[in-house]
Ligand binder design. Structure first.
Ligand code: TPP
Ligand code: MG
Length: 896
């Protein structure tokens, strides 16, 4: 063929193209799509055998996945639904405009909801089941900054009134206000899922859907068919967390999960992929990961054009046009689109020759066409395969805002509309607000008996009631678990035990408890062996939706890798972010699944607060309860692992989320007391907390719980006297108080002995289990004093230390900033010892020397403080440096 003239070659190709197309059409029509797939596969194999490699593409053509003739009949009243949507659009816009008129800079977003309105209205009217439904309702994660659309709809339903809408972003108003974004903490009866930290929604929704399977597989809930819907932005998909777990969703066969990605092609600053095509990029990623992908790109007007196009050029043009150009068309007139989109090929100009410029301008995007959206949702909900679905819907950012911000790069932040723009919006959506009233931008709600309100309410009634609606249901436990903790309280005798071991032992017992055992959800990110948790593999099993399809390599072993469908352990592999998402799903099951599961998420403490701090914040917002256990904790206690592993600051970071209680226990009985308190508060008394505990891998003899009745209260409130100095009377003239914590507690005890034996100083040892509790309690008391002058109630730290004389030294395996937060309430100067700086790999002994937190430094600090107070000659401190073998010229941990 190569020697034929070009025109002949072209002609022949055309004939071949036609014949192949005709054949495949014939097969499709006569035998259906499966046979087409089969033939294509055979062809692929055949050419591959002959050395022709077919380039890999995970993409399908840039047209709607569901062709028009496969669209189901739209079941609703299109006209009424359009009216409802227009009114919701108006009110959503008005809330933001009014809020900013009243208080410039209060913020809010108009454009996101404007692009998502059809996607959401079709969901609200036809798909999303509310909490009254037998399935408990679908779980819908709303795109956070489109919240005005949800409020505006609740207003039409009568759930919110005008006053509520006018207090959008005015939460400190005496009458209360509407939160900027979905925050269950701030609106606990309304929002279920906090979504506005970009990237966390995708992750949370995936793990939520998986956790819903877990509950069913473990017989904690009945199968109900409820779905998890995540409504996402296309810009948001750039967050690594957004795509980070999509392979898991397919692997875990999450047929209960649906993503709807609002592809308006824009993010905050500009286009998501000006030089590319975000829908195609996402399609490839999701298809490659094993998802069912439905593209809703073009509105119905394009169907006719595609049908009439014999050349395939329209589809080619659709494929080659860049997102940046598509955005440009939004702000252009029909003539421009004719010239630049269709004008590329004369055949396409011919195709639209009978279309006016106005008709061309109005060719819609698929995400604004209710029938296309409905078809996609229908397909997603009836897909029937154990596979997650993603709908990629093409929309326009700021749809309907016209000059005020439709499709413009500034549109994300647009919060104001001038009079002309308001008039245009009003007219476009046919809202009965007069020209005179426009300036005021009134909210509009048709009467209760109007067709719109009746229709909307009826649809919600059929679908299981209003939503979003958060309805926690807790069945408090009787909490007869006390006996489980006796063993830890008794101490370990002569056995040397690490607190990590004590914790794992306790967890194993809790898992066997007849009352709460089946509610315990151990979560671990590929570190179970590090923490000595592998014994739980056999006892509790590792959860796997499909069970164990292979014989594990260690089957003969007592502690074999035991995967099973009813396994309790969520072994998340290497994903701290995913583990946190599981923690949130398990920790909020009381609210969203009506079963109070108790998560114990155990991880390398370094990879907690600093790695997934935002997820912990999200967990607090969502009202998650449970235990975060930072294992192998401490800067000097985790010896060999070095800089990236040694955590000396998680307790500083744990100061930040208000709903987190943070403890650094030294002894097994402290640990047991804290966990018992956590279970009692959270699951018996229905309080909402997250308990953060650090546990260590250093072994030592665990003492029995002191008999002093104040011990328990002290452990929980943050500190108690662990051991009084044996020196009394005149011998106890020089006094010191050593505040030890966690792994450094034993050094503190050694320092006490050194001080009295060698220097005649009477030192008491205090165990500080929680600087955060001490701090929280103290600022609370101080505030109370400020607002009630003369109030006498003292914070706990003052209650226990108030009468003490002498000097004070605090030492922990964490930064000096940690004890510094309570220095203000210590009755004397508080000398701070801690582990500021980067970790190193070496032995514990050398690390504690390097960070200056061992018993010698604690003793030295006490002597130095006593000398400063004039109770001791400074010479003693100088001599102690020599005697204790401290090198003043050593490396400085703060800077070296
Ligand atoms: C982690 C994080 N970073 C930044 C932001 C600020 N932010 C809010 S929305 C947004 C752009 C979102 O674009 P897209 O996801 O495409 O949503 P659209 O409004 O276009 O629907 C940004 C940067 C945020 N909320 N969270
Ligand atoms: Mg976007």
């Amino acid at each position: 063929m190569a020697d034929k003239p070009a025109s002949e070659q072209h002609q022949q190709r055309q004939i071949e193209d036609h014949e192949w197309r005709e054949s495949i059409d014939y097969v499709l029509n006569s035998q259906g799509p499966d046979r087409v797939r089969d033939l294509l596969h055979q062809l692929q194999v055949r050419v591959q055998e002959q050395g022709v490699s077919i380039p890999f593409t995970a993409n399908t053509p840039y047209i709607n996945t569901i062709p028009q003739h496969q669209q189901p009949v739209f079941p609703g009243n299109r006209e009424i639904e359009r009216r409802i949507k227009s009114i919701v659009r108006w009110n959503a816009m008005a809330m933001v405009v009014r809020a900013n008129r009243e208080s410039a800079g209060i913020g809010g977003h108009i454009s996101t909801y404007a692009s998502a309105a059809t996607l959401w209205e079709v969901g609200f009217n036809h798909f999303w089941r509310g909490p009254d439904h037998a399935c408990l309702g679908d779980m819908v994660f709303f795109q956070g900054h489109a919240s005005p659309g949800v409020y505006a709809r609740a207003f039409l339903e009568g759930r919110l009134d005008e006053g509520d809408l006018s207090r959008f972003r005015r939460e400190l108003d005496p009458e209360g206000g509407l939160s900027s974004y979905p925050h269950p903490y701030l609106m606990p009866d309304f929002w279920e899922f906090p979504t506005v930290s970009m990237g966390l929604t995708s992750l949370s929704a995936i793990y939520q859907a998986r956790f819903n399977h877990y509950l069913v597989d473990r017989d904690l809930r009945e199968r109900s068919g409820r779905k998890v819907w995540a409504l996402l932005g296309d810009g948001e998909m750039d967050e690594p967390e957004s795509l980070g777990a999509i392979t898991l969703a397919a692997r875990e066969q999450l047929g209960n999960l649906i993503f709807v990605i609002n592809c308006n092609l824009q993010r905050l600053d500009g286009p998501v992929r000006g030089n590319g095509k975000i829908i195609q990029e996402l399609e490839a990623a999701f298809r490659g990961a094993g998802w069912h992908v439905i593209k809703v790109i073009w509105g119905r007007e394009w169907d006719e054009l595609l049908e009439r196009d014999e050349t395939g050029l329209l589809q080619k043009r659709m494929e080659e046009v860049l997102d940046g150009e598509m955005q440009r068309y939004v702000v252009s007139d029909g003539a421009y689109i004719r010239q630049h989109f269709f004008g590329k090929y004369p055949e396409l100009l011919e195709l639209v020759k009978d279309y006016s410029d106005e008709q061309i301008r109005k060719l819609t995007r698929g995400g604004h066409d209710p029938e296309k959206v409905h078809a996609a949702y229908k397909e997603a909900t009836t897909h029937g395969k154990p596979q997650p679905t993603v709908i990629l819907a093409h929309t326009i950012k700021g749809y309907g805002l016209g000059e005020a911000g439709e499709g413009r790069n500034i549109t994300h932040g647009q919060k104001k509309l001038n009079l002309d723009e308001l008039r245009e919006f009003r007219t476009r959506f046919n809202i009965p607000v007069s020209d005179e009233d426009l300036e005021e931008t009134p909210f509009y709600r048709p009467a209760d008996d109007s067709p719109e309100v009746l229709y909307l309410k009826k649809r919600r009634e059929v679908l299981g009631g209003s939503m979003p609606r958060r309805q926690p249901m807790t069945a408090p436990q009787a909490c007869k678990t006390e006996a489980i903790f006796d063993e830890l309280n008794a101490g370990s005798g002569d056995r040397e035990v690490a607190t990590t071991m004590s914790f794992v032992h306790l967890l194993a017992k809790l898992l066997k408890d007849p009352e709460i055992g089946d509610k315990i959800v151990p979560i671990v990110p590929d570190e179970a062996r590090t923490f000595g948790m592998e014994a739980l593999f056999r006892q509790a099993g590792i959860y796997s939706h499909v069970g164990q399809l292979y014989e594990p390599v260690d089957k003969g072993n007592l502690l074999f890798y035991n995967e099973k469908k009813t396994g309790a352990i969520l072994e998340e592999g290497l994903s701290e972010a995913g583990s946190m998402a599981s923690f949130i799903a398990a920790g909020t099951a009381y609210a969203n699944n009506h079963v109070s599961t108790i998560p114990f998420y155990t991880y390398y403490s370094m990879f907690g607060f600093q790695r997934v701090g935002d997820s912990i914040w999200q967990a607090c917002d969502q009202g998650a309860k449970g235990f975060l256990v930072g294992a192998t904790a401490g800067r000097t206690t985790l010896a060999g692992e070095g800089l990236q592993h040694q955590d000396g600051h998680s307790h500083v970071l744990a100061l930040t989320p208000p709903r987190v209680k943070a403890y650094d226990p030294a002894f097994a009985y402290e640990l047991g007391t804290i966990i018992h308190d956590g279970i009692t508060r959270m699951y018996c008394n229905d309080e909402t907390w997250i308990y953060y505990l650090t546990v260590m891998n250093e072994v030592y003899k665990q003492p029995a719980m002191p008999s002093d009745p104040m011990t328990r209260e002290g452990i929980l409130r943050g500190m108690y006297r662990f051991r009084k100095s044996p020196l009394k009377g005149a011998k106890a003239k020089r006094r010191a108080h050593l505040l030890g914590s966690g792994a450094i507690m034993n050094e503190t005890i050694k320092a006490q002995e050194l001080l009295h034996e060698k220097y005649g100083v009477a030192a008491d040892v205090w165990s500080v289990t929680s600087y955060k509790e001490l701090y929280r309690d103290a600022i609370e008391a101080e505030r109370n004093h400020l607002l009630n002058p003369g109030a006498t109630e003292r914070p706990w730290i003052e209650q226990v230390l108030g009468q003490e004389k002498g000097v004070f030294v605090a030492a922990s395996d964490y930064m000096k900033a940690l004890p510094a937060v309570v220095a203000r309430w210590v009755p004397g100067r508080l000398h701070l010892l801690g582990t500021d700086g980067f970790g190193r790999s070496d032995s514990r002994e050398r690390l504690r020397d390097f960070f200056e937190v061992d018993h010698r430094y604690i003793a030295l600090a006490a002597l130095h403080e006593l000398a400063l107070d004039g109770d001791l000659d400074m010479k003693v401190a100088r001599q102690a440096i020599k005697d204790l073998g401290i090198d003043p010229g050593k490396l400085n941990p703060h800077v070296d």
